[in-house]
Design a protein around this ligand. Structure first.
Ligand code: CO8
Length: 260
């Protein structure tokens, strides 16, 4: 199978660009997450790599979030394995020593939004057809506490309370207004703007910036690290419920129909 992640690393600038290229919509399957984490780990270990830009090669979509088919009709063991990989992705990204930037060149619901939120800075294409947000409740499922924490750390408690209950998908301009993204640019300038912005961030001495980043994020990271197993159990017992499986089935049917 072809790689789901392509990494371009520019040794002269110390910046790597990760292109998600898993058709059609870069959804996070177990295979995708495994490959993503291996690529990320390699970059993290490379002392020459100081900055990471995450973007998508798929047109119109940054990422559709978790692969719903990984949560539908699967055994509890498999669901647990999948969830552990989701946790791993979040832990690695949210605690990365690199400067991380999301070049959000398309829609970014649920897990896609989470991935963007783990970055230090988000640049989104100003196309009103795109949307971003944690829409889990619309699928009849619940964004876990660490999804919520990541959102609240970015946009504040009250906005998160509304966004998560209603499962709001924001247009780029709304997302900018609430601070869910930091900057909007024309579609063809998302990556170049990320590269330029990266230069500014990399002008700060790494050690000082890294300690500051860790100070901001460590309490949130520690919360999951200290309760990973319970969080997996919680996910597995929730997602395997008949009523939840039914909600997911209806949502999948809706996705197909909408396309029809
Ligand atoms: N998982 C699996 N398949 C998907 C997903 C997904 N997340 N998203 C889209 N697909 C499929 C579609 O069904 C379609 O399949 P097919 O070709 O067989 O009909 C194909 O991908 C292409 O999709 P579209 O035709 O819809 O593509 P568009 O370019 O029109 O739209 C979007 C792209 C905007 C990304 C759109 O596909 C969409 O809105 N997808 C749904 C996204 C979504 O709601 N994701 C939520 C996933 S849940 C999550 O990430 C966090 C869960 C936390 C767990 C908590 C539990 C306790």
């Amino acid at each position: 199978t072809s790689p789901k992640i392509r990494v371009d690393f520019d040794q002269s600038t110390g910046v790597a660009v990760m292109h998600m290229q898993s058709p059609p919509v870069n959804s996070f399957s177990l295979d995708f997450l495994t490959e993503f984490c291996i690529s990320l780990e390699k970059l993290e270990m490379d002392k020459g790599c100081r900055g990471l830009i995450i973007t998508s090669s798929q047109p119109k979509v940054f990422s559709a979030g978790l692969d719903i088919l990984e949560m539908y009709g699967k055994s509890p063991e498999r669901c647990g394995e999948f969830w552990k990989a989701v946790q791993e992705m979040w832990l690695k990204l949210y605690s990365s020593n690199m400067v991380t930037m999301a070049a959000v060149c398309g829609s970014s619901p649920a897990g896609g939004c989470l991935m963007a939120l783990t970055c230090d800075y988000r640049i989104m294409a100003d196309n009103p057809r795109y949307s971003i947000g944690l829409n889990e409740t619309q699928l009849g499922i619940v964004a876990p506490f660490w999804f919520r924490d990541t959102m609240a750390n970015t946009v504040g408690h009250r906005t998160t309370e509304i966004a998560l209950q209603l499962g709001i998908l924001y247009s780029p301009s709304e997302a900018l207004k609430i601070g869910l993204v930091d900057q909007l640019v024309p579609e063809d300038q998302v990556l170049t703007t990320a590269t330029q912005t990266m230069t500014k961030w990399l002008a700060i001495p790494d050690h000082a910036r890294q300690i500051t980043k860790s100070m901001m994020r460590k309490p949130t990271i520690d919360k999951l690290t200290s309760s990973r197993e319970a969080d997996i159990q919680n996910f597995v017992s929730f997602i395997t419920k008949d009523s939840i499986q039914k909600s997911l089935r209806l949502y999948l049917e809706m996705l197909k129909k909408r396309r029809g």
